[in-house]
Design a protein around this ligand. Structure first.
Ligand code: B12
Ligand code: SF4
Ligand code: SF4
Length: 218
């Protein structure tokens, strides 16, 4: 089994491996390799839109429908970022798996995708598979002129490394919040990195509506 085989299996669903690592965490003792799976850009949204089924939480349902068979095929187990609390520590795993960094606004920033990416699952494999060296591309934030993400939020919900969720949601429920609600978080949109991967209007509005309904799934 190789990362290439996993990449090929994910491709049809607009998903991709987001790095992998060999865990030394006792809580994961049955897993010798963790492969993170995620999305960036519009591909996942296209695949989901074409295949979505009616019912509650369609993105969660689609994610399980796509990834559970993959786990069977690769003789592993899926762990989902939305199963919890307690939630699996996806952002910490992501930093072990590939070059992502905590941005000044708290979200994980990627050197290519910027803030426009997310994780959909982690494939826990019982075997230690060969992995390429982790990329050491530096954080784009260290050379970012003016760090525009930090001043973009109209209600300063993302300052000092924290996230003032009540301030954000209260603003989103006002008429002034319509821009964030329909086109996505202004702080994410202010980042100059990964502009090509920005979610389109339908996807942005979907995720913001899900967030306002209390679902932490981006
Ligand atoms: C719970 C949760 C939330 C809660 C946060 C509750 C809180 N802060 O009190 C809520 C519902 C508010 C939330 C919202 C969003 N979230 Co969220 N969230 C999670 C989740 C499921 C679990 C985090 C957790 O509790 N971890 C365990 C604790 C011990 O670790 P922790 O590092 O201390 O966790 C904290 C941070 O993760 C933080 N947090 C969570 N989401 C976000 C979002 C932002 C903007 C910030 C600054 C911080 C933050 O809150 C956690 C608790 O304090 C993770 C997935 C995961 N399994 O990690 C996604 C996750 C962190 N969220 C993510 C995203 C994208 C969002 C949204 C931007 C989604 C959207 N609408 O597009 C929104 C923010 C809205 C906006 N401004 O646009 C992504 C981050 C991707 C990235 N590039 O960094 C993750 C990794 C999910 C994923 N599948 O990829 N989220
Ligand atoms: S705007 Fe600049 S500082 Fe903020 S996340 Fe993007 S690269 Fe990093
Ligand atoms: S969605 Fe809008 S209000 Fe909420 S944190 Fe982002 S910029 Fe601020």
């Amino acid at each position: 089994m190789t990362l290439t085989a996993i990449r090929d299996a994910l491709h049809a669903h607009g998903l991709m491996p987001r790095g992998a690592f060999h865990p030394d965490d006792d809580a994961l003792r049955d897993a010798r390799t963790i492969v993170l799976i995620g999305n960036a850009g519009p591909d996942m949204w296209r695949a989901f839109s074409a295949a979505r089924q009616p019912g509650p939480d369609p993105l969660y349902a689609w994610t399980r429908a796509v990834l559970n068979p993959l786990a069977v095929r690769f003789r592993g187990a899926m762990i989902y970022p939305f199963d919890g609390p307690p939630y699996a520590p996806f952002v910490a795993w992501a930093r072990q798996a590939e070059a992502v960094y905590v941005s000044p606004v708290g979200m994980a920033v990627h050197p290519v995708h910027g803030l426009w990416h997310a994780w959909r699952g982690a494939l826990a494999l019982p075997d230690r598979i060969a992995l390429p060296p982790r990329s050491n591309a530096p954080s784009p934030c260290t050379t970012c002129a003016g760090q525009p993400c930090l001043s973009a939020c109209p209600v300063d919900a993302l300052v000092d490394g924290g996230y003032d969720v009540p301030a954000c949601t209260a603003y989103l429920r006002t008429p002034e919040g319509a821009d964030c609600k329909s086109r996505g978080c202004l702080a994410r949109r202010a980042c100059p990195v990964g502009r090509a991967d920005r979610y389109g209007p339908a996807q942005a509005a979907w995720h913001m509506a899900a967030f306002l309904k209390g679902q932490p799934q981006p």
